[in-house]
Ligand binder design. Structure first.
Ligand code: CDP
Length: 221
C-alpha cells in the first residue's frame, strides 16, 4: 500500500519549514526540505568558485549531487546563509537543475523510509509538479514584512549580522524570481489549502494543519 504524502509550498520564511518539520514529527512521517537540495546545488557551485547563473556549471553540480547524494549533506549549516539562498534561487530557475533533482524528490515521496507512515515535502512546486497527486496540499503565505522580520530574527539567532532592509530586499527579489520563472514557478496547486500565517503562531498553525491532515488522510496522531 502506498503511504500518504503531504505537500507544503510557499514563499521564503512563510513558516512552511517549521510547520513541515513539526507536522512530520507529530504524524511520524519522513520529512524532506527540498529547498535545501537547491541550496546544496547553489552552495556547491559557489564552493567550486563557479557562477550559479551559468547553466552548464549549475547543471553539472546538480547531476553530481544527484549521483552522490546522502541526506547528511543537507545538514551543512552553510546552506542556511544568504549566499546559498540566493545561489539556490538562481539555479532553481534552470530546467536542467530541476530535472536532475526530480527523481530524488519523487523517490523520497514514495519511499520515505521503512519506519515512517508517510512523507512530507516542502518547497515551491511540491503540490504542482513533484507530487501533484498528494492527498493533502498546503500553501503557506505571510505578508512580506512579517516574513522579513522572521528571517532577520532567525539570522540573528545564528549570530549572523543583517539589517531588516537588506533581508526584505533579498527576500522580495527571491520571491520575484521564484514566481516569474518558466519552469515550475511558485504557485498554489488548484486544490491546495492556503494558510496565511501572518497573524497566527507556529503552534496554532500546527494544530490547524494537524486537524486537517488527520481528517483528510484518515489518520490518528
Ligand atoms: O528558507 P527559504 O524558504 O527562504 O528558502 P528554501 O525553501 O530553502 O529554498 C531556497 C530556494 O530554492 C528558493 O528561493 C527557490 O528558488 C528554490 N526552491 C525551488 O525552486 N523549488 C523547491 N521545491 C524548493 C526551493
Amino acid at each position: 500500500m502506498t503511504k500518504p504524502v503531504i505537500a507544503i509550498d510557499g514563499p521564503a520564511a512563510s513558516g512552511k519549514g517549521t510547520l513541515a518539520r513539526a507536522l512530520a514529527h507529530r504524524l511520524d512521517f519522513g520529512y524532506l526540505d527540498t529547498g535545501a537540495l537547491y541550496r546544496l546545488v547553489g552552495y556547491s557551485v559557489l564552493e567550486r568558485g563557479q557562477n550559479p547563473a551559468d547553466h552548464a556549471q549549475a547543471a553539472e553540480a546538480a547531476y553530481f549531487l544527484r549521483d552522490y547524494f546522502t541526506p547528511d549533506l543537507l545538514n551543512n549549516p552553510d546552506l542556511r546563509n544568504d549566499a546559498s539562498g540566493n545561489a539556490a534561487s538562481k539555479v532553481a530557475t534552470m530546467p536542467e537543475v530541476r530535472k536532475a533533482l526530480l527523481d530524488l524528490q519523487q523517490n523520497f515521496a514514495s519511499n520515505p523510509g521503512g519506519a515512517f507512515k508517510g512523507a512530507i515535502l516542502d518547497g515551491r512546486d511540491i503540490g504542482t509538479v513533484i507530487c501533484p497527486e498528494a492527498p493533502l496540499k498546503l500553501f503557506i503565505t505571510a505578508a512580506p514584512e512579517i516574513r522579513a522580520q522572521r528571517r532577520l530574527k532567525e539570522l540573528q539567532s545564528r549570530g549572523i549580522e543583517a539589517t531588516y532592509e537588506a533581508v526584505l530586499k533579498d527576500m522580495l527579489e527571491r520571491d520575484a524570481r521564484d514566481t516569474a520563472r518558466k519552469t515550475a514557478p511558485m504557485k498554489p496547486a488548484d486544490d491546495a489549502i492556503i494558510i496565511d500565517s501572518s497573524h497566527i503562531s507556529a503552534a496554532e498553525m500546527l494544530e490547524k494543519a494537524l486537524d486537517t491532515a488527520m481528517q483528510r488522510l484518515g489518520l490518528s496522531a
